[in-house]
Design a protein around this ligand. Structure first.
Ligand SMILES: [Zn+2]
Length: 382
C-alpha cells in the first residue's frame, strides 16, 4: 500500500491514479487550480458549459416548468446545492430525493428533509419497497462486503429516471468524484461533465445480475441506472457544481446548511468516526460501510475528510495522521446491532461475513474481536 506524497490517499482505492511524483489526482487537481478570482472565472466556465450542452441538445421538447433537477438527500450538501442552483445560476430546479425506507432513515434525516421542503422548493420524494431494500442490502453485504451498494444504486438511478420521465435537461450533483476523492473512472470531458457518473465504482462493480437472486420483481427496476443511449436520446446532462464553487467542502457546506436549519450530529464522533459531525445524517448504515471500506482498503471516512483539509491548507499531514489513526474504521456496536435487526441476521453472522472481506495483508483477523491493523497511517506498507 502506497500513500500519496501530499495527502493520505492510498493506491488501494478503486480507480486510484498517482503521477510519477507519487501524488494522487485529487491533489494534482487542487494544486493546478487557478488561485486568483477563481470562483467568478469558474462560474463563467460552468455557465459556458451549460450553454454548450444546450446547443448540443438541439431542439428537443423539454419540460416547460423545470429546467433542472437537483438530487437531494436532506443532508448538508444538497441544502446548499439547491440554493446555489436557484440563486446563483438563476435556474428553476425540481428537487428529487431517493429516500431511505422508514426503518433505515434516522429521525434527523426526516427532520432535515422536512426543513428542505419548508424552504419553498418543489420536491419529489421516492422511496423503494422496504422489504426488497433490506433483502438487497443483505445480499450486497454477502456478495461484495458492502451494505449500501443497492441503496446507492437506487439513489443514483432515481434522479436520471425522473429527468427522463419529466423531460428535464439538466441534473446537478455536487462533488466530482474523480476530483474530490480520486475515482478516475468517472472523469469526463471537463471538470463539470458528469456523463460518466454511471462508472462510479459502487454502481458498476459486480454488474446487476446479483440482484435477480433476491427478487425478479418490478421492484428491481428502481435500482437500474438508465443506459447511456436513453440519456442521450432524451438529452439529459449531468453537471457537477463542486468545481465552480471556491468554498465547496464538507466543512463549509455543514456550516452553511446549519445556518439554514440543518440539524447535525454533534458529539458522537466516538461511535460514528465522523469527524465532521455532518456527513450521512439521514441514515446510520453508511457508518458500517465506512468501517468495511477501511478493512478492505486500509482507509475510511476520516481519511477522506482530512485529505480535503490538507488540500485546502487548513491541516498538515502529521495532524491528519493522528486523526486518522484514531477515527478511521470506528463504528459503534449499536449501529451494527441495528443493521443486523434490519436485515434479520445475528451479530456473529455479521462478523463472519465482514471478516471475509478484510484485507489480510493489512489487518490480522481473530475470532471474537475486531480486525487489528498492521500498518502505520501515512507510511508505505508491504
Ligand atoms: Zn493526494
Amino acid at each position: 500500500m502506497k500513500y500519496c506524497k501530499s495527502c493520505l490517499a492510498t493506491d488501494l482505492r478503486p480507480n486510484a491514479s498517482f503521477n510519477d511524483a507519487g501524488v494522487c489526482i485529487a491533489c494534482q487537481y487542487h494544486s493546478d487550480e487557478v488561485p486568483n478570482n477563481s470562483s467568478n472565472e469558474k462560474i463563467r466556465l460552468l455557465r459556458q458549459w451549460i450553454e454548450e450542452l444546450k446547443k448540443r441538445n438541439g431542439r428537443k421538447s423539454y419540460n416547460k416548468h423545470y429546467d433542472c433537477i437537483v438530487g437531494v438527500s436532506g443532508g448538508k450538501d444538497s441544502t446548499r446545492q439547491a440554493h446555489w442552483v436557484r440563486d446563483r445560476l438563476g435556474m428553476n430546479p425540481l428537487l428529487v430525493c431517493g429516500a431511505y425506507p422508514p426503518k433505515q432513515m434516522t429521525e434527523i434525516g426526516g427532520d432535515n428533509l422536512a426543513n428542505l421542503i419548508d424552504m419553498g422548493f418543489d420536491i419529489e420524494v421516492v422511496c423503494p419497497a422496504p422489504r426488497t431494500a433490506a433483502h438487497l442490502s443483505l445480499e450486497s453485504f454477502r456478495k461484495f462486503g458492502n451494505v449500501c451498494k443497492s441503496t446507492e444504486m437506487a439513489l443514483f438511478a432515481v434522479v436520471p429516471k425522473i429527468a427522463i420521465e419529466k423531460k428535464i435537461p439538466f441534473i446537478f450533483w455536487g462533488e466530482n468524484p474523480a476530483l474530490q476523492v480520486g475515482d478516475s473512472a468517472t472523469l469526463g470531458e471537463n471538470e463539470f461533465d458528469g456523463s460518466n457518473l454511471r462508472n462510479l465504482n459502487t454502481l458498476v462493480e459486480g454488474g446487476k445480475s446479483w440482484m435477480s437472486s433476491v427478487s425478479n420483481s418490478a421492484h428491481l427496476k428502481f435500482y437500474e441506472y438508465p443506459d447511456f443511449y436513453l440519456m442521450k436520446k432524451f438529452g439529459i446532462n449531468i453537471v457537477y457544481l463542486g468545481p465552480a464553487w471556491d468554498d465547496w467542502s464538507n466543512d463549509e457546506n455543514s456550516v452553511y446548511a446549519s445556518l439554514q436549519g440543518l440539524q447535525v450530529r454533534p458529539y458522537d464522533t466516538d461511535s460514528t468516526g465522523d469527524i465532521s459531525g455532518a456527513s450521512m445524517l439521514d441514515e446510520e448504515f453508511t457508518n458500517i460501510n465506512m468501517m468495511l471500506k477501511y478493512y478492505k482498503f486500509g482507509f475510511g471516512r476520516a481519511t477522506d475528510t482530512v485529505n480535503e483539509r490538507i488540500r485546502s491548507g487548513i491541516m498538515n499531514r502529521s495532524e491528519a495522521i493522528e486523526i486518522v489513526e484514531r477515527y478511521d474504521g470506528v463504528c459503534d456496536d449499536y449501529i451494527i446491532k441495528k443493521y443486523c435487526d434490519y436485515v434479520e441476521i445475528s451479530v456473529s453472522t455479521f462478523w463472519e461475513i465482514s471478516n471475509k472481506y478484510v484485507n489480510k495483508d493489512l489487518f490480522s483477523v481473530k475470532r471474537g474481536s475486531r480486525p487489528e491493523k498492521k500498518f502505520k497511517v501515512g507510511e508505505d506498507f508491504d
